[in-house]
Ligand binder design. Structure first.
Ligand SMILES: C[S@@+](CC[C@H](N)C(=O)[O-])C[C@H]1O[C@@H](n2cnc3c(N)ncnc32)[C@H](O)[C@@H]1O
Length: 281
C-alpha cells in the first residue's frame, strides 16, 4: 500500500524536529553548527540528493547529520567530505587525531556511501563532474575572498536542482566575511535564497533554478515561514544544550502564536500523529 505523502512528509518533519544528532555526544569537536542539525536532517530526507559534497568538515558536526539522515531515510546518496583536516586561522590548527577520530566514526557508521577526501578544496575539484552535485555545503575558511572563491569555483559542479548551504552567514566578527558574500547572493537570487540566523547563520540557496527553490518551499506548504521558525527554535535550544547559551540571545523574538498555529496545523492534518506530537511537546 502506498504511503500517504502528507503522512510521510509530516512524519519526516517531526522526526527531524526531534533529531539531536547521533554523533554529538561523541568526542568530536566543532559544535558551532549544532543548531542546524534538525534542519539538515530534514533537508536530506526531503531533497534526497544523489551526490552531496561538504567543503569543511572538521569534527563532522554537520557532515555526520547529513549522513545519519541518508541512513535513516534509506537513500542512495553518495556523500563526500573535503578537508585538509589541518585547520586554519578561524578553526585553529589542530592535530592529526581529529582526522583519525572522524575517519574511525565514518568507517564505523557510514562507510558504504561516505568518503573522506583529505585535501584542499581546489585539489578535490577535479574529482567531481560538472553538473553533478545536488547539495554543496560550504563551511571552510570564512573570509569573503575564501567563501566567494569556494562558491565560484564549485558552481560549475552543481546540478540544476542543487542547493548550496553556507554556514556563518550571521557571524559578524572581524575577519568573517560570509555575511557580505551572502548579501550579494541574496541580491542576485532573491527568490532562491532562505536563511536561518541562529547557530551563526545558515544560508540556503538554489542558485541554478527558481523551480527548485519553489519545490523546496512547497515541501513545507503554506506553513513554510512558521516551520522555519520552528527549526530555529528547536535548533537554538540544541545550541543552548551544548553551549550553555542561545546563539541569538536577546535579539531573537519568538512569536508564540505563529508557532502554536504551526503545530496545530501539523496535528490537525494528521490526527494519527497527535501522540507523537504530545511526546515531543
Ligand atoms: C569551520 S570548520 C568546519 C566545521 C564543520 N562543518 C562542523 O560542522 O563543525 C572549517 C574546516 O575547513 C577546513 N578548510 C578551510 N579551508 C580549506 C581549504 N581551502 N581546503 C581544505 N580544507 C579547508 C579547515 O581545515 C577546517 O577543518
Amino acid at each position: 500500500m502506498d504511503m500517504n505523502p502528507l503522512l510521510s512528509s509530516e512524519h519526516a518533519l517531526l522526526k527531524a524536529l526531534t533529531y539531536v544528532g547521533a554523533h554529538i555526544d561523541e568526542d568530536l569537536p566543532g559544535k558551532a553548527w549544532v543548531g542546524h542539525t534538525p534542519f539538515a536532517y530534514w533537508l536530506i530526507s526531503t531533497l534526497k540528493p544523489g551526490l552531496l559534497v561538504e567543503l569543511g568538515t572538521h569534527g563532522g558536526g554537520s557532515y555526520f547529520s547529513f549522513c545519519q539522515s541518508v541512513i535513516d531515510n534509506e537513500l542512495d546518496t553518495k556523500t563526500y567530505a573535503v578537508d585538509t583536516w589541518e585547520g586554519e586561522d578561524h578553526a585553529g590548527s589542530y592535530t592529526q587525531s581529529i582526522f583519525e577520530n572522524v575517519s574511525r566514526f565514518n568507517q564505523k557508521h557510514f562507510a558504504t556511501f561516505s568518503t573522506l577526501i583529505k585535501m584542499k578544496f581546489s585539489e578535490a575539484l577535479r574529482k567531481f563532474d560538472e553538473n553533478s552535485i545536488d547539495l554543496l555545503h560550504i563551511d571552510g575558511f570564512h573570509s569573503y575572498e575564501a567563501v566567494s572563491g569556494d562558491f565560484n569555483t564549485w558552481y560549475p559542479k552543481l546540478s540544476t536542482k542543487a542547493v548550496v548551504l553556507f554556514h556563518d552567514t550571521h557571524e559578524f566578527q572581524p575577519k568573517f566575511g560570509v555575511h557580505r558574500f551572502w548579501a550579494e547572493i541574496k541580491n542576485k537570487y532573491p527568490e532562491q535564497c532562505f536563511e536561518f540566523e541562529h547557530s551563526h547563520g545558515l544560508g540556503v540557496c538554489f542558485p541554478k533554478s527558481l523551480n527548485a527553490a519553489i519545490n523546496f518551499q512547497n515541501k513545507l506548504g503554506a506553513n513554510f515561514k512558521n516551520i522555519f521558525y520552528l527549526f530555529s527554535v528547536v535548533g537554538d535550544d540544541l545550541y543552548y544544550k551544548l553551549h550553555g547559551k542561545y546563539s541569538l540571545q536577546k535579539n531573537y523574538e519568538l512569536d508564540m502564536k505563529d508557532l502554536i498555529d504551526c503545530l496545530k496545523h501539523i496535528k490537525n492534518n494528521n490526527p494519527d500523529l497527535a501522540k507523537d506530537l504530545k511526546q515531543f511537546l
